[in-house]
Design a protein around this ligand. Structure first.
Ligand code: COA
Length: 367
């Protein structure tokens, strides 16, 4: 039998890691480690013959004991013996859908596989649960409910590339020249959404069934912007209410408070109720190039902000005719196509892009 070793001195290995293969002309047997630890000594050359009882390696276990891992009788048996079983046992194994090889050696003489070997194995696997049941958290339960409602919405999506360099510059100034040291991009995007919604109130509406009057459109006066938030408990969607009445600074401090509450699991019912439009900044987490968001019923529109990334702008500079690198971000809007048509969403997105790319307009709107 030939030894093929996979480890070298100094390797850290865990229990069940593969140490070596021992190959005969009938079969190959895998030798695995019974310990966690470090390989401290090798015996014999890989590719040479090995005899039963010889050590393969010494291992210094994590409990500081030096142990030998050997090529044993049992290993040898696996490499040299054909599977021994009567035709009846072979037939039974076939009916049970199990491979005889996995029972070698059996409990009979010469390692013969017996009927009760098959039954013992079958009972063991029958008693192991193939799954475990875990109760959902409150956050998960509410996600099930809201996503089931979202499934009734025919979605339509529209994507836009937005240049973020001016906002990056302005953010730096605000962080250094005001008391607001933590001022993320979200307040820019939230404020731009509210200003753009003034021109497209249908995106801040809901479809409602009114007794006796059938299906109607409910236009919400307030821009209650829901922010998808990754919290230790899972996805929460707290709301900044009446954004149309707030400055970008007020939005920034309210967002901070909501993030803190999200972190501490202290968001109140008021914090999560009556959203009329949603934003999800997935770019603060993932580097993916896109995420098509799902509209949260009864709202009709949601925007997903992707990661701000540097890229080559294929429009040459007018001054020196050179290409330049810009910081760009893709925003993906999804809307309820029962109420919102593509043209409306594209125009809204265009307006939003102008506002974000000219962020002084966001500061100028102080209410
Ligand atoms: N691209 C690149 N960088 C971004 C970014 C983006 N789109 N959004 C945020 N960042 C940066 C921030 O500038 C900040 O960096 P800095 O500390 O170097 O200044 C950092 O990422 C962390 O930002 P964060 O503290 O998360 O604040 P935020 O105001 O940008 O985002 C939340 C607030 C609540 C939206 C965000 O924390 C969150 O939870 N996002 C996940 C939303 C989600 O799970 N969506 C999927 C719903 S299914």
């Amino acid at each position: 039998m030939t030894l093929y070793r996979f480890v070298k001195e100094g390797d850290q290995i865990s229990e069940f890691d593969k140490i070596a293969n021992v190959q005969s002309d009938k079969a190959t047997v895998e030798i695995t480690s019974p310990y966690n630890g470090e390989i401290v000594k090798l015996y014999g050359q890989s590719g040479t013959m090995i005899q039963v009882g010889k050590p393969l390696v010494d291992i210094m276990t994590t409990s500081h004991q030096q142990s030998k891992i050997k090529f044993t009788d049992k290993d040898e048996h696996k490499t040299t013996k054909d599977t021994l079983a009567t035709p009846a046992v072979r037939g039974l194994a076939k009916d049970m859908g199990v491979k005889l090889d996995s029972f070698v050696p059996g409990s009979g003489s010469d390692g013969r596989i017996m009927k009760h070997d098959l039954n013992t194995q079958k009972q063991t696997s029958d008693t192991e649960e193939p799954f475990k049941l875990v109760e959902m958290t409150a956050f998960q339960k509410s996600m099930v409910k809201s996503m089931e409602l979202s499934m009734n919405i025919p979605h339509f999506s529209y994507s836009e590339k937005v240049i973020m360099d001016p906002a990056i510059q302005l953010r730096k100034v605000l962080q250094t020249e005001t008391s607001m040291t933590k001022f993320s991009f979200m307040p820019f995007w939230i404020k731009a959404t509210s200003i753009a919604l003034k021109d497209f109130p249908i995106l801040n509406a809901s479809i409602v069934e009114q007794d006796g009057q059938g299906t109607m459109i409910k236009y919400h006066n307030d821009h209650n912007i829901a922010i998808a938030m990754d919290t230790p408990q899972g996805l929460a969607v707290p709301i900044i209410h009446k954004v149309q009445c707030k400055s970008i600074f007020e939005i920034a401090s309210e967002l901070d408070i909501l993030m803190e509450k999200g972190k501490n699991n202290t968001l109140s019912k008021q914090d999560i109720c009556n959203g009329t439009f949603s934003l999800s900044n997935i770019g603060s987490i993932g580097t993916g190039i896109g995420a098509i968001p799902v509209v949260l019923s009864p709202q009709v529109c949601i925007g997903a902000l992707c990661r701000i990334q540097q890229e080559l702008d294929l429009n040459r500079n007018e001054s020196d005719n050179q290409y330049k690198i810009v910081s760009a971000m893709t925003v993906h809007w999804s809307a309820d196509h029962r109420l919102i048509d593509g043209a409306t969403l594209a125009r809204f997105s265009g307006k939003w892009k102008i506002l974000v790319e000219n962020p002084l307009l966001l500061l100028a709107d102080m209410k």
